[in-house]
Design a protein around this ligand. Structure first.
Ligand SMILES: [Zn+2]
Length: 183
């Protein structure tokens, strides 16, 4: 996995690019939870889950089905507890994509098991053909030399693209506003 910080930053920063309306701190907190929750699967090992099974690391919680289910759950929470201006359907799509961004990033890493993106239908593990992100082992010590390599790689391949997407979306929005005002 990329470190959980990078998962959270990627989902929140790219998410911001696609939201026009202002939302609260807790909305972004929920977005970060969606992006991190798939790695909660590591607790399975304490409960006797076998390595390589569908509920092992990067198994079911890294699937499209899980992302949709958790996205709907997060949308329910947002509707109940946060006064967000977005419809339930939009919230569900937003949080599902935030959750799905996690296995997508994992599939760009150069190590670990692949993501069982089509679970529960198959436990086959997948990577993208291009894997530029240095994998961060679970329990990584950040200030080891390996930690620095991982952080640099995540900055280049996760943070920079997210910031670029946000920047482009702001520019596009400005241009659209201007052309609207001109008409
Ligand atoms: Zn993961």
């Amino acid at each position: 996995m990329p470190t959980i910080f990078s998962h959270a930053v990627f989902a929140a920063v790219t998410g911001k690019a696609f939201l026009k309306k202002p939302v609260s701190f807790w909305f972004w907190f929920l977005t970060a939870v969606c992006a991190i929750i798939p790695d909660a699967d590591v607790i399975g090992y304490s409960f006797g889950v076998q390595r390589g099974s569908m509920f092992a690391h990067r198994g079911f919680t890294h699937s499209i089905v899980f992302a949709v289910l958790f996205g709907i759950f997060a949308a329910l929470i947002a509707r109940k507890l946060l006064k967000t201006p977005l419809s339930f359907a939009r919230l569900a799509v937003f949080f599902s994509l935030a959750t799905l961004s996690h296995p997508m990033l994992d599939m760009l890493t150069d190590g670990g098991p692949g993501a069982a993106i089509f679970a529960p239908f198959t436990n086959e593990r997948f990577f993208f053909p291009w894997q530029p992100i240095e994998v961060s082992p679970l329990g990584l010590r950040f200030f080891s030399s390996r930690g620095i390599v991982v952080i640099l790689s995540e900055f280049v391949w996760v943070w920079l693209p997210a910031i670029t997407i946000l920047g482009l979306s702001m520019i596009v929005r400005k241009i659209l506003q201007r052309s609207k005002a001109a008409n």
